[in-house]
Design a binder for this molecule. Sequence first.
Ligand code: PLP
Length: 481
Amino acid sequence: MNPNPEPVPALGDIPPDVFRKHLHEMADWIADYREKIEERPIAPNAKPGAVLAQLEAAPPETGASLDDIFADIERVIVPGVAHWAHPQFMSYFGCTTTSPGILAEMITAAMNVNAMTWRTSPAATELESLVLNWLRQWLRLPDDFSGVVYDTASISTMHALAVAREEASTSVRTLGLSGRTELPIFRIYVSDQAHSSVEKGAIALGLGEHNVRRLACDTQFRMSVAALREAVASDLRHGFKPLAVVATVGTTSTASVDPVREIAEVCAQYQMWLHIDAAYGGGLALLPEHESVTDGWAEADSLVINPHKMLFVPFDFSALYVRDIERLRRLFTLAPEYLHLRDPAGAEINYMDYGVQLGRRFRALKAWVVWRAFGREGIAARIREHLRLAQLFAGWVKDDPRFELSAPVMMGVVCFRLKNADDKAGDRKNSETVAGVNASGKAYLTQTKLRGRIIMRLGLGNILTTEDHVRRVWEIIRAAV
Ligand code: PLP
């Protein structure tokens, strides 16, 4: 017998009592993180590679204790992130986590179900249908629209454009695009403020980035319908096939809203697919006083909204609605044999049939928990407060002779810049102000470009943000100038 046998690695999960101990500690850690988040610097002032340099590069050969692992999380990982949940993080869109959302995510992780078919998790599928139906009603979309949940708006928009392509050309699903000289070159139209996810979709679908035409906007950063008509007419004269328009409700830089109803008329005239990118701005539909934001939506073929942007669902959750969603299902349904255990009456929904991915997270649970916890009224009240804070901030900008607003304030987004800075040096000053604010660790903004000039941008939407926080951030900005 070998007197010194190699220790046998343990099998199975970690012991239940160890798990329970860590779960309790984790509960306190998360609650403390939320309560004391303002004490943390919002983002590290680190160089790329700083996190990696602190971590063991070699793959672990033997297991470590959870105590050691969590110590490293505290030491390296937590200080190494930008704290999006911090109430003075006002970058991008104010996407936020919420306590009900965190609790739901913990349960989702514990159950670890795959929502690919109804059978693989009936409750995940049926809850997805339920929350999609709630959201459809809140968005005032007619009931011939049905939805599907994906991770992001980029993926939603790609799927919408895939259906548009199939409708316009038939059999791309089976025959593809390459080598088919009988097919026209398709064109997609967006405003020059549209999100780059449209180009990404065109790249993925073989439609070509250059066939996404970016059109001029009016003074309020809304797509010019005259420019759209001109582009379509010109493309038709040159033998292109107008395929789709992507109208944006809440553009990335300024949250402007394209004139959807007029765009819908052009789409109807030229039989183009109308996809609405309401990834951010769609949430405004929950406020009765903003009902007009939904004008023309009922005429669309598809619409994407990201409840993780304005509707308090933790990242990630994107809903795509398609009129007559059978068109999407026909395009993507393709079930391998091992997934053929389906209800013979076909009474169930199998969400894997509605897109490229097979395995799907159980995202509906967090939306269901958050939306039940707040209700439409509670959600609307919180959004209304963010809109008020945006207007308040805009008022301070207007009252300070050193600053000016760069775009109308439509939602929880304020674009502003230093006055008399319409040259490269001015751009640099605006950029440096954003960098200075962000380096303070006490506020976080983004910069963007409007009409060729760098501007500063503040995004509100964090559930923890109050008027005091916005006031403090304004003071930090003024001090940084
Ligand atoms: N559409 C708009 C208007 C956006 O602002 C964004 C990103 O912020 C997207 C689409 C892409 O979103 P996602 O990150 O979910 O793909």
